[in-house]
Design a protein around this ligand. Sequence first.
Ligand SMILES: Cc1ncc(COP(=O)(O)O)c(C=O)c1O
Length: 414
Amino acid sequence: MPDWRSHWSLRPGVTYLNHGSFGPSPRVVSEARQAWTDRLESEPMDFLVRQMEEHLDAARDCLGKFVGTHGRNLVFVDNATFGMNVVAHSFPLTAGDEVLATDHEYGAVLRIWRQQCQKTGATLIVRKLPARLDSIDELIETLFAAVTARTRLIVVSHVTSPTAVILPVREICAKAKTLGLAVCIDGPHAPAAVDVTIDKFGCDFYAASCHKWLSAPFGSGFLYVHPRWQGKARPNIVSWGHSLSGRPANWSDEFTWSGTRDPAAFLAVPAAIEFLEGLNRAVAAEPQSATARREASFGAGDTRSGVDYFRRWSHDLVRYAREQIVRLTGLEPLVPDSPEWYGTMIALPLPDAVREPHEGHMHPLQQALWDRHQIEVPIVDWQGRRFVRVSCHLYSDRGDVDRLVDALRGLLST
Ligand SMILES: Cc1ncc(COP(=O)(O)O)c(C=O)c1O
């Protein structure tokens, strides 16, 4: 079995099951970022003014190919939060309008839209989805039952944060289109973890971070803006708004230069894509690669197979975590045991016994898992219930999951 952990520089002794919140980069990606910074440092004027725009174009073309749209429809932003703020500030809301979201949305995203609605006189409607998510039709019906004549925009996660559920964004976009509604997808957990095919979704906006499952450097994300909105998209930070190298004007110029900064995190995104897509070659180079190759059923030169290998590896581990934790708690997960509903991350309910009130930001159980066992895993409060959200990446193994289950067994019984 390949020693994937050796590709990362994770601190020894820590069981890291939280790639979903903060996904560390493999060394090869950190090195690529450093190489870009070195180029900047060696001749800043030449790099920032003459070269940078061309390199950024190449990086976003590569990213565009990975997420199913043309690079010219994307802008690099620091993270999904930044991108979502751009959409909130650019979308034409007026008094009486409604923005529709689900009750599985990320808290900060709901806060962004609540504030923007307050400013414009619009209303944020948070729709409760069915308690058990096992029917796409039922989910769509429930969500769209909250659409009114005042609804202008649907904000929906591709993969949800508190519950780690893959939502049927393609079907949501298709239905929204028939009603003339815009859709903004909040997608930081999706790139690399599940197929992101933006043009096929037909959404209006897609905001994501690349420093989660794609394992690109921290501070790398993107915003997709459909051509019909590109003339309206405005950055949160106003700067020159034109190309520094004197190229013809483009909608993305407003975003490319937001004051002086090191663009290395953005420029290293292709290295992260190359790492995942090249996993088939990495496995082939392993001394005992024959079995691994057979198991992974790679096609030589097939770039998707590297990504599929990562997904299968992670999903199998997360599925193992699901089996073990359900055996421990006896509590039913929110979704069926299918890659249609969960991918590289899963949220599993915990018994009521761990629902102590807590005032800090970190749940006492999460704190105890860290203090006593050096396990990083989020314990999430959602809808009055507690969940443990387990993320597995290439560097994870069954030993990590077993340590978590043993620790939970001990802590839940005290
Ligand atoms: C669904 C969702 N949206 C948005 C965010 C914000 O991502 P970032 O902190 O990278 O901006 C997160 C972070 O975990 C998230 O889970």
